[in-house]
Structures are given as C-alpha cells and as structure tokens.
Design a protein around this ligand. Sequence first.
Ligand code: ZN
Ligand code: ZN
Length: 283
Amino acid sequence: MLTTVTAGPYTIRGVSVGGVYTSLAVPELGLVFDAGISPRSAGGIDTILLSHGHADHVGALPALLGIRALHGKPKPPRVVMPAEIVDDLQAALAALTKLQRFPLAIEAIGMNPGDELALRPDLIIRAVRTFHPVPSLGYVVVRRVAKLRAEFRGLPGPEIAARRLAGEAMLENEDRLELAYATDTLVSVLDHSPELLKTRVLIIECTFLDDRKSLEAARAGCHIHLDEIIERAERFENEHIVMMHVSQLYRPDEVAGILDARVPAALRNKIIPFVPNGTSWPG
Ligand SMILES: [Zn+2]
Ligand SMILES: [Zn+2]
C-alpha cells in the first residue's frame, strides 16, 4: 500500500494521489507531512505538518491519533498547521473526541508564512506561503550548524583555542536547506519562495502532467501543471525533486514515461516520481 523512495539521505514513505489522499513520512527527520491517510507506520512519528485543511490532507488525522494511542505513545503529537485553521481543527477533534468517548489530543502549533519553529536546536521548520483557495502553507526544513566564522578559518588551532577562551565569539550559524514540502499550490510558490529551488530535496506537487488537463484548468484549481515545471527547468538547483500529488487521470505506470518524453534530461534526472509500482493507485 505504501510507496517508498529514497532522495539523498532521506526516505519518503507514504501515499499521495492528487485530490484523494496524501501523507508522507520522512523518518530520518521524524516528520509526517499531511494526514490524508493514516499508515500504521506513521503512528510512531511525533511531528505532523499539515499543508491545509482539505480532507485529502487532514481527513485521516483522527485515525492517525488513534493509531498513536495503540502504539502506546504517551504524549499528544505536535501538529503544525496554518494559524488560521487551528481553531477549526481543534473543534473538529473535539467533536470526534465526543463521538469516540476517547480523547484525540494534539499540541497544535499555528504558523504564518516566514515563521520558524525549532524542533531541536539544529533542526528548524520554516513556513512558506503557498497559493490555494484556503489557508495553506509549505514547509522548509533547515539544519542549523555552528561554524567557525570566516575570519578565523585558517588560524592555527592553539590561537583559535586561546581566542575562544578569551571569550571571543568564534562561531556563526549556517542554515542548510535540507528538504521542502509544497503542495496544493500555484507554481508561483517557486517565485515567491525561491529558497525552495535550493533545498537538497524538494517534495512538490505536480498534479497534472499533460494536456489531459489544460494549464488553465490546472491553475483554476490552484495546482501545478508539468508545463510550468518545464518552463522553469533551469532554475531547480535541488539534488532531488520528489514529484507527488499526481492526479488519477494518469496511471502510475505512465508517469515515468511522460516525464521521460517531456522533461529536459538535466531536470528529469533529478525527478523521482512518487507513484506506486504497477498500473493502479493504492485503494
Ligand atoms: Zn490535495
Ligand atoms: Zn487542496
């Protein structure tokens, strides 16, 4: 049922069918992106990042919380989401708590574009604006590493040690853009947040792949069309691009062939289509 791909140092495991359900776990980062389906294996992960409130992205959150309880997880998970939907999501969970006679608790964290959340001192989530008809966010995962300041590099070790002892500020932070997740958005997200083009791994929706859906119709639904990715082919500096949220207009086994035929080789080589093996979508 689950698809697993490897992108650099990261495993991306889950299910993503445009408009049907999307939930992707990245175990190395301890993150789940979206909860449109509730894979059993995602129940052990403590941080869930929600892109927006559409059912194909949040509909299975209550089931995921139930699975966590079965796993014996004592603490509610941290659930990050657009600030505008915190109250509505809490109200929905309160209604389901009543229905179940069992608490569906979360630690809700609302974010606005540009906000940062430190998961650990060295691991930061940055929210970026996405463009959809409802409140929505994308997320950039940043690894913050302390480095010797440029002016001290090349100094002999004992001198560095002496200056450090004397209390000089020797270190500066460097942010490494590790991974980004952007779904259910117009392609203008890439112009608005060009850092997405520089992350080591970019997980991005590409719901429509050819003229089975026109560019205009894709834009009207606030989704990305492959034509728009191809137009920007030169701009992607990512090592790997995981392309997900593909519409069921396409069979999973067609997707790689469409990409081969349409996408310039330098970009195609970076793209990992997030689709299952075989001819049918899960479920
Ligand atoms: Zn969607
Ligand atoms: Zn949506």
